[in-house]
Design a protein around this ligand. Structure first.
Ligand code: DHB
Ligand code: MG
Length: 269
């Protein structure tokens, strides 16, 4: 056991909050699937409560991301500047970072910088010789992001282009293709952004679209929300356009119930 502990590096500071949350049958080490299917834990089958998913998010974030001064300060500065609290959750930021490393990405394009939180995660992934081009429509947001990105020590790898995506994207044509594109801006323009991701990428480029769940609204065919309609149109494009091969994952974390789509550019591009 002592050896196992040493090998597994069991963390000593697991958040206490988990203990305070009663997650009943789902928590019992003796719970078996067949017992749940027989209804002994039927009350748990109605889905997780907010307290439960927040406890899991805190637990996983503390374990797998942990304290990160530069990222936390970026969020603080963003909030202090009165910007919206809509950066990706820490586990999602690390997911983007790992995806970029898995893909061996050296050139990353981000559409929607906000305060630079996800930009820092991506910039850390591309290495010293890599680069991130990130597009931000709001000059005040870009200034906050610049400060946080520089403070994180990755400023030399990051070029912030201030302007609307549909104006800036055409100016990026003709360069080396991007290896990964992260789309996280106004949802109404998602199909435009996906089209540019395909044009500016190459076969094998990874394309990630944020916020494809939208609290469940994405599954409402009668929605009158323009952001949700834009998200749906983007997903329909990922499904139908032969340039993409895509899937999507739901997420449940401090940002609520949402999701991300992940696509690969095919040989058609
Ligand atoms: C919103 C936008 C985002 O990119 C996000 O991650 C969450 C919310 C929004 O516009 O509401
Ligand atoms: Mg987002």
């Amino acid at each position: 056991m002592a050896i196992l502990r040493g090998v597994m590096r069991i963390p000593t500071s697991v958040p206490k909050r988990t203990d305070a949350v009663d997650i009943g049958c789902a928590r019992s080490p003796n719970t078996r699937l067949d017992e749940r299917l027989r209804g002994r834990c039927a009350e748990q089958m109605t889905g997780p409560t907010e307290a439960q998913w927040l406890a899991v998010d805190e637990y996983l974030s503390a374990l797998l991301v942990g304290h990160d001064e530069a990222l936390e300060q970026a969020v603080t500065d963003q909030r202090d500047a009165g910007m919206p609290d809509i950066e990706v959750a820490p586990l999602n930021g690390k997911f983007l970072h790992l995806l970029a490393r898995i893909a061996g990405a050296r050139r990353v394009l981000e559409i929607g910088t906000l305060g630079g939180y996800s930009t820092i995660w991506l910039a850390r992934a591309v290495g010293e010789e890599g680069s991130v081009v990130t597009i931000e429509a709001e000059p005040a947001h870009a200034r906050v992001a610049r400060g946080s990105i520089d403070r994180a020590g990755v400023g030399e790898r990051v070029e912030i282009r201030v302007g609307r995506g549909e104006d800036v994207l055409p100016t990026l044509s003709g360069g080396e293709p991007f290896d990964l594109v992260f789309i996280d801006a106004d949802k109404q323009s998602n199909t435009i952004y996906l089209d540019w991701a395909a044009r500016l990428g190459r076969p094998g480029t990874v394309v990630v679209v944020d916020n494809v769940g939208r609290g469940g609204a994405v599954a409402d065919p009668d929605t009158d929300r323009s952001d949700v309609r834009g998200t749906q149109a983007g997903l329909a494009m990922l499904a139908a356009d032969p340039r993409f091969d895509a899937t999507a994952l739901q997420t449940l974390d401090a940002k609520g119930w949402d999701g991300i789509a992940v696509a690969l550019l095919t040989d058609v591009v």
